[in-house]
Design a protein around this ligand. Structure first.
Ligand SMILES: [Ca+2]
Ligand SMILES: [Ca+2]
Ligand SMILES: [Ca+2]
Length: 227
């Protein structure tokens, strides 16, 4: 196994997004087969403060790699970042990640996009047996990423790598039995997650929703460095 990339020149979908999504789904399924430590939707909620704190710690990393301090990580900066973190990615993988996470297409990775990107790297880069302790050198942040993967696996009841509306409702109903409002909350949460409104939530959509829920947005610096 390994580079199953090949040169698929699919005529319509040259979308790097689709390639990355396939890998993401595969990784989530694999992870799901190893079990899930999350027991309830509430236990996810309880982890919010810790997740928030870890995200804030990511800011330091972000600043470190935003070499020209323009508030976004560009292509070159991302390459340096991966080198430094000793994440081995092919050029193509870096391109795909960049494109998939640069959701507002500014050609730069903003802070919230950076968190999503790091977490995707965490999911996709299964650790080598030799350094199984930490995949990227940030054990604290990585344990948060692990929580997020776990939460997603918990929600994905049928383990197909996507969270559907029904799975979301099921997950919330498990905890708040019989409360009528829970269905509405589930709906609302689901809609916040289903970014492209296609009825399913990918791990990437889930992560972006999380950065919003815990309050990570670009509210700190709003100057749009148009570079
Ligand atoms: Ca920059
Ligand atoms: Ca599913
Ligand atoms: Ca979707």
């Amino acid at each position: 196994m390994g580079g199953v990339l090949g040169k698929s020149e699919s005529p319509r979908h040259s979308v790097p997004e689709a390639k990355l999504e396939a890998k993401m789904v595969e990784a989530v399924r694999k992870r799901a087969s190893e079990g899930c430590a999350m027991k309830s939707f509430n236990s996810i909620i309880l982890k919010f403060p810790k997740i928030d704190e870890s995200f804030r710690n990511c800011k330091t990393i972000f600043k470190q790699f935003d070499e020209d301090a323009n508030g976004a990580i560009d292509h070159e900066e991302l390459k340096h970042c991966f080198n430094k973190l000793e994440v081995s990615c092919t050029e193509e993988e870096i391109d795909d990640l960049f494109e998939a996470c640069d959701i507002n297409e500014t050609m730069g990775i903003k802070f919230n996009e950076f968190i999503v990107l790091l977490c995707l790297v965490y999911l996709l880069k299964v650790p080598e047996p030799t350094h199984a302790k930490s995949r990227m050198g940030f054990p604290h942040i990585e344990s948060t990423f692990e929580t997020l993967v776990d939460a997603f696996v918990f929600l994905d009841k049928n383990k197909d790598g996507y969270v559907s509306k029904r799975e979301m409702i099921e997950a919330i109903n498990e905890t708040t039995s019989g409360e009528r409002s829970s269905g509405r909350i589930a709906m609302k949460r689901f809609e916040e997650m289903d970014w492209d409104r296609n009825g399913t939530v990918t791990f990437k959509e889930f992560l972006f929703a999380f950065t919003t829920w815990v309050g990570i947005d670009d509210n700190e610096e709003d100057e749009d460095g148009d570079e």
